[in-house]
Design a protein around this ligand. Structure first.
Ligand SMILES: [Zn+2]
Length: 503
């Protein structure tokens, strides 16, 4: 369906992915925690939301409001309740529903600093009565101002450190240390859920702690940052997911341009209502995420919630207003930002228009591949192989898994390899599909077309095998091992939606 604006300008082309269909939830999230909020700027942002047909506004309040019950929690620059209510009224008059966001486990320094007795390692201890009492009191005040039907409890980035190798358990206070971490996380959610449910309010939360990085990074055409998936060791909070009530709304945030956002569909398939949450200032993040959301949507997709994490003042105003316009356009069924006169990056064009062309550059020490461009942790975890010196007659093997997703099977695939030409013997490459153990082999050459083998499958395992013919001088094997010889692998092809029906 073609869609034009009132001036006849083309907004949606025939055959686009959204078909001009607006998302039911067209949300904008802003934060008052970063510093003094300029109410005039927030007022103009709300007017922009009304104009852009945004219908939900999520405000992270945190320390940014003058609370009566716990004034110590508020920053000295916090807004008065009167000012906030005026702003909320303006939004409501414009047809926007307002949702408070109160960080209730992670990012709770604002409570722990005021009440040191509540502190856990990097958050408040959810098991202390005082913690829940303070959260109840602050929430009571927010309910009075917002009169909301939804309430966002945060619960994102509940980790002791980035990157993940440096993490220790989040359970560090004497009450909690050594307990089952997934139960601890679930209990913390349920404290807030029960409070809200008894008042007829729906709980919303960030989903990142409930996503296993290993599981999602297996999708090797994924381009997101690992910080988007914050489950995993040491606490494995993602194990709490199956035990959570399905009337919690999961806010699935990914702040990167990518061709796919697979956790969005995963959470819907788990039975949750889900919002896709891009960071709109990142080029084409909102567009690509919304496009993916449309293509993979189930009835559990509520819509989209664009996030903006800046202070709200005159310096940030221009970007905030631009974010809101973009969100209104994209969430409202406008298809491509370039139809709004905005240039698409080459990368976005590639994601949006199908064919992929990804090069994995390897760096190794002769015994193992230490990193591959784009997938540093993926490479270390997945590609590390024990020291295999290629002594005579010995084969060296390297298996690289590549996963499309269920809706994105391979249609065409060529694999090009680049080597340092120093490997000592013969070789071959092979591919197995969908977890099968049998490989189809082809002779080792620079470019191999695998389309005949992979078409219609979503999971492939690519095998690179070299066989040494000569004995290496002592101490030299490291330099000739295959992990050093292989410099890069480039995959080119298309993903399609065809599903092989042989199961
Ligand atoms: Zn504790």
């Amino acid at each position: 369906m073609e869609k034009k604006d009132e001036n006849g300008k083309l907004l949606v082309k025939n055959g686009s992915n959204t078909h001009g269909v607006p998302m039911p939830w067209r949300g904008q999230m802003v934060t008052m925690r970063q510093g003094p909020t300029d109410p005039t700027v927030l007022r103009r942002a709300i007017e922009q939301m009304i104009e852009a047909d945004i219908n939900w506004l999520v405000i992270e309040v945190e320390r940014g409001l003058r609370y009566d019950s716990h004034p110590k929690v508020s920053a000295d620059w916090a807004l008065s309740k009167e000012t906030l209510v005026e702003l909320l009224d303006a939004a409501r008059r414009g047809g926007i529903q307002c949702v408070p966001l109160l960080p209730s486990l992670s990012h709770t320094g604002y409570i722990a600093e005021a009440y040191p007795k509540t502190a856990e390692a990097s958050c408040v201890c959810p098991r202390r009565e005082l913690t829940q009492k303070i959260l109840d009191d602050l929430s009571d005040e927010l309910l009075e101002l917002f009169e909301p039907t939804f309430f966002h409890i945060g619960h994102d980035e509940m980790v002791s450190a980035f990157p993940e190798h440096d993490r220790i358990s989040s359970l560090q206070c004497p009450l909690c240390r050594g307990d089952n971490a997934a139960e601890w996380f679930r209990d913390s959610i349920m404290c807030r859920y029960d409070y809200l449910k008894s008042r007829g309010i729906v709980t919303m939360m960030w989903a990142d702690m409930l996503l296993d990085p290993e599981f999602f990074l297996r999708s090797s055409l994924w381009h997101g940052a690992t910080q988007d998936f914050n489950g995993g060791p040491p606490d494995h909070f993602e194990r709490a997911l199956d035990d959570l009530p399905r009337d919690i709304v999961m806010c699935d945030w990914h702040y990167k341009s990518s061709c796919k956002y697979p956790s969005l569909r995963y959470l819907q398939d788990k039975g949750f209502d889900v919002l896709g949450c891009p960071k709109t200032s990142i080029q084409d993040n909102a567009y690509l995420f919304t496009r993916y959301a449309h293509r993979t949507r189930t009835p559990n997709l509520l819509g989209m919630l664009g996030t903006n994490w800046s202070e709200i003042n005159r310096e940030t105003e221009e970007i905030l207003l631009e974010d809101i316009k973009e969100n209104g356009f994209v969430f409202g069924g406008g298809d491509r930002p370039d139809l709004r006169g905005k240039a698409l990056s080459a990368e976005t064009r590639r994601f949006a228009e199908g064919p992929f062309d990804y090069t994995f550059d390897f760096a190794g020490d002769g015994r193992q591949i230490l990193e591959a461009a784009w997938y540093k942790s993926f490479a270390v975890n997945r590609f590390s192989v024990p020291g295999i010196g290629l002594t005579a007659g010995r084969k060296g093997k390297l298996c690289l898994p590549f996963f499309g997703m269920p809706d994105c099977n391979f249609e065409r695939l060529e694999i090009e390899i680049r080597t340092d030409n120093k490997w000592p013997g013969a070789g071959r490459t092979g591919i197995s599909v969908d977890g099968g153990r049998s490989f189809t082999y082809k002779p080792l050459q620079k470019n191999t077309d695998w389309s005949d083998v992979v078409a219609g499958y979503s999971r492939i395992l690519w095998l690179f095998e070299v066989c040494n013919e000569k004995e290496q001088p002592a101490g030299q094997h490291r330099r000739t091992a295959y992990a050093k010889c292989l410099e890069s692998v480039t995959m080119r092809g298309n993903l399609g939606r065809r599903v092989k029906s042989n199961e």
